[in-house]
Ligand binder design. Structure first.
Ligand code: IMP
Length: 423
């Protein structure tokens, strides 16, 4: 597999972790390029289940190098915990994980600020994961953020940390929000600095050197296209670019080095948090999808909103990301539905739209126009290849691929590694 970017085409939770895990068998390095521990990638290996938040899923493959790129925001305490958890389960991490010296760090004051912003927004809240992601990216753009490189000079970092923490504590005090205990937080950070500092390096060099040596690199996107801060359902988005272009800015590898973009979409749609969701189901069918698909957030445990596949939104997403390899996941969740619907257009104020409305505010006002497909009403989770899928199921998948104008390459019919095959 050549150098590739993998991105989610919906609102996250498309099953990317599982596809990355399968693709990693043929790559030498996996790079995270945006987001933070708001992401939760679930991977099942045999009987074991792993939920990874910051460490690329490639860590589950011995011999695969993993990089947390400059575009990621890293909570040092949760990263240290994630490393310790993997080590406790027998995985060797420190020799294979590197952190960009330019990655921004997330501290508890960012998390408190995240909650305060949400509180102030009241009924307009975003529904964030409260992991401090937005405030950490805001610090980066405001040029006051603390980067992982500072772990290499603790006295300087301490000064910077205390200045920033005090700045936030003043805001919290004024808002009558409990302040952060700066001494104890710093003590915790110092406690993990020894473990993390040796992993920090100029990953622009390591990634480019790997590519120069002909090694294959996979760029692992977190969240999904419709949560992208520029292209998503703004303001109900995350604070990073979740789309393919960010793989270059978030890692320091040039676009000319990228050969493929793998887009991952579920066979239906889900979303967590607030914001427009054009095909959302509020009825029993939606509840059935949620329970069959076990649709609860990997990071926060929140129930996910469910709805039919949206071919209008996903075609836009595939176009924007330049998807040349489509992966469709969680097909088995639809096994028992007698009729399966796909949104092929929207109605807005009496007009039929084949593309997204210009204003995001109108996304919430559209009525989806559905094409109906007969269900296959047969178990698919045992299928090991394309030919073993029921004919109606293959027709459904081919129709989705045609509607979103992206060639189907990978199908997944369950959470395990062996429930994924190439088409
Ligand atoms: P934040 O990223 O915590 O600021 O949250 C912003 C929005 O992105 C919220 O609607 C979250 O639910 C959503 N979000 C963030 N990370 C993920 C993810 O990994 N999967 C799905 N939704 C996410």
């Amino acid at each position: 597999m050549a150098n590739s970017i993998l991105v989610g085409l919906q609102w996250g939770d498309e099953g990317k972790g599982k596809i990355i895990d399968v693709l990693t068998e043929n790559v030498d390095m996996v790079v995270r390029f945006q987001g933070g521990n708001n992401a939760g990638h679930t991977v099942e290996v045999g009987d074991e289940k792993f939920v990874l938040h910051l460490i690329p899923s490639g860590i589950l493959h011995a011999g695969c190098q993993c990089v947390i790129g400059n575009g990621v925001v890293v909570n040092p305490l949760t990263l240290a915990q994630e490393i310790a958890d993997l080590e406790a389960r027998g995985y060797e991490v420190v020799d294979r994980l590197r952190i960009s010296s330019r990655a921004q760090l997330v501290f508890s004051y960012h998390c408190v600020m995240d909650g305060l912003f949400e509180h102030k927004l009241g009924e307009n809240k975003i529904g964030t994961t409260k992991r401090g992601i937005g405030p950490a990216y805001a610090d980066k753009v405001n040029r006051v953020g603390i980067r992982a490189g500072e772990l290499l000079n603790l006295p300087r970092m301490e000064h910077h940390f205390r200045t920033q923490a005090k700045f936030y504590n003043d805001i919290f005090a004024e808002a009558s929000v409990p302040t952060v205990d700066i001494d104890s937080e710093w003590a915790s950070i110092k406690g993990v600095a020894d473990k993390l500092a040796p992993l920090v390096e100029d990953t622009v060099l390591s990634i480019n050197q790997a590519v120069g040596q002909g090694l294959k690199v996979l760029f692992e996107g977190a969240q999904g296209m419709w949560l992208d801060v520029d292209f998503g359902t703004y303001p109900y988005v995350t604070s990073s670019n979740t789309t393919a272009g960010a793989a270059c800015t978030g890692s320091g590898l040039a676009p000319s080095r990228i050969e493929h973009v793998v887009g991952v979409a579920k066979a239906y749609c889900t979303r967590v948090g607030e914001g427009p969701f054009m095909t959302e189901l509020h009825d029993e069918e939606g509840k059935r999808m949620a329970s069959l698909g076990n649709e609860f957030g990997a990071t926060t445990g929140r129930p996910r909103r469910c709805g039919w596949f949206d071919a209008v939104a996903t075609r836009y997403s595939a176009m924007l990301n330049g998807v040349d390899q489509l992966a469709l996941t969680k097909l088995d969740v639809l096994d028992d539905f007698e009729t399966i619907k796909v949104c092929v257009a929207y109605d807005l104020d009496g007009r039929r739209l084949s593309e997204m409305p210009i204003a995001v505010a109108d996304y919430a006002r559209v009525n989806p126009v559905y094409r109906e497909f007969p269900g296959w009403c047969q178990k698919t989770s045992d299928a090991t290849c394309w030919e073993e899928l029921p004919e109606r199921c293959r027709e459904y998948l081919q129709a989705l691929s045609g509607l979103i104008e992206a060639p189907l390459k990978i199908v997944s019919v369950g959470p395990r590694r062996d429930q994924t095959f190439f088409v």
